[in-house]
Write a protein that binds this ligand. Sequence first.
Ligand SMILES: [Zn+2]
Length: 304
Amino acid sequence: MDPASDWKEKNKSIRVLRAAEKDRYGVIAAIAYNIEHILGFVKAAEVAQSPIIIQFFPWAVTYSSGLLIRAAADAISHSSMRDHIVLHMDHAQDYDLIKQSAGQLPFDSIMVDMSHYEKEENLSKTRELVAYCQQRGIATEAEPGRIEGGEDGVVDTAELEGSKTTPEEVDDFIATGVDALAPAFGNMHGEYDARTGPRLDFQRLHQIREKVNRRVSIALHGTNGFSPALLEKCIAEGCTKINVNRIVLDNYYAHLRQHAATLTHTQLMEEGTQKVVDLTVRWMGICGSAGKARLTSESSSQHL
Ligand SMILES: [Zn+2]
């Protein structure tokens, strides 16, 4: 089957990231592990009038048999911000799971991450899966080079050696038809060295951006421990999809650890959700996306 010719105009992920590129801000792409996170991210978008990308690791698909993803889609569809909240699968590394998810779950975009294969196989598998997703109106992201490390829910590449993205790889991967690239330029998954912090190769990011030349969006991965200033610099250098994990969830975890033994479960959930809202709203401000998702009269009515 051929994709509808105007699928890119209709795809929410592409629309949201193109708007960010045009207006030079970053969109928070936050990993959700549970219902409190889903509710917190949707609420944060409403409070800040900001776009957001809610993303899941494949872990969430298998753990919940797709329930968490369908729950997020339901929460989005009932939100006044529904045109500005994207549903994404991050680091999908399993060929069959990608096909199954693209066919059965309501993702706007999927990161087709074949970076655990060597380059040629990575490219050919990426090409095939990108076409499969496009036929279903789903946008894709890929990782040229290899970002080091692992995070809770995606650890497969943790033992493989990282390699920084080259300008040649940028062209090769754009040729597969992807809509976003996640370059490796010294960024890593998980925790950075506590003494040095992140040491990013901005010269390389600059070269990559010039090579990309707005043909696709640039996704920033590996932001645990980033300062606001460092994130702002990455956005100024052209990153628009800002993958975050701990920087919007740290206060939620601290609250959980501190109060799990004393609060009722409902209080723990409600207050935990609010921790997610508050910290996400703060980072939306830093990314410059707050106020960018203006309500239209059509979208402002709540659907129940
Ligand atoms: Zn990543």
